[in-house]
Ligand binder design. Structure first.
Ligand code: FEO
Length: 172
């Protein structure tokens, strides 16, 4: 079946959003580095890497379906945040927006009777649920401990353990 144009367009927009997300998290990671919070910086760097592989996973899919990948310019990302908690609240807000976009991709694919794409997007739907939950857990911990030195030091150590999972190597 020929690759549907509307599906191709919405997936291309999603690629742009995933790359923008990766830039956002690399920016956050760099901001944490300047504050000496290596663990937070690591968590955000892993997030950056994972978002990049989300974009590549979609790129690979469009190519596999015989579609055209159309990369577009990225809007500027923020460079600093009011506090650690603020950066994670912004992350959560952003991920909710991405979840909405993925749902929209799914709806377009379904409406166009492109079940293969809807099926592929199921991976992203699950991934978004996991991502939102991970960020909520960190926000909850931050609320509990406040931004005081010793507790932040311990959380920083915990976040230093996060390891990168390459989305292009996981099954659809
Ligand atoms: Fe790939 Fe977190 O959106």
């Amino acid at each position: 079946m020929k690759f549907n144009k509307k599906v191709e367009d919405v997936l291309n927009k999603q690629i742009n959003a995933e790359f923008w997300s990766s830039f956002l998290y690399l920016s956050m990671s760099s901001w944490f580095e300047t504050k000496g919070l290596k663990g937070f910086a690591n968590w955000m760097r892993v997030q950056y890497l994972e978002e990049t592989t989300h974009a590549i996973k979609l790129t690979d899919y469009i190519i596999a379906r015989g579609g055209q990948v159309k990369l577009a310019a990225l809007d500027k990302v923020p460079l600093e945040w009011k506090s650690i908690t603020d950066s994670f609240e912004e992350t959560y807000k952003h991920e909710c927006k991405v979840t909405e976009m993925i749902s929209n991709c799914y709806e377009v694919a379904f409406a166009e009777r492109d079940h293969a794409t809807a099926n592929m997007l199921q991976w992203f739907i699950n991934e978004q649920t996991e991502e939102e939950q991970n960020v909520i857990n960190i926000i909850d911990q931050l609320k509990l401990i406040g931004e005081n030195g010793q507790a932040i030091y311990l959380l920083d150590k915990e976040l230093a353990t996060r390891v990168f999972v390459d989305a292009t190597k996981t099954a659809v």
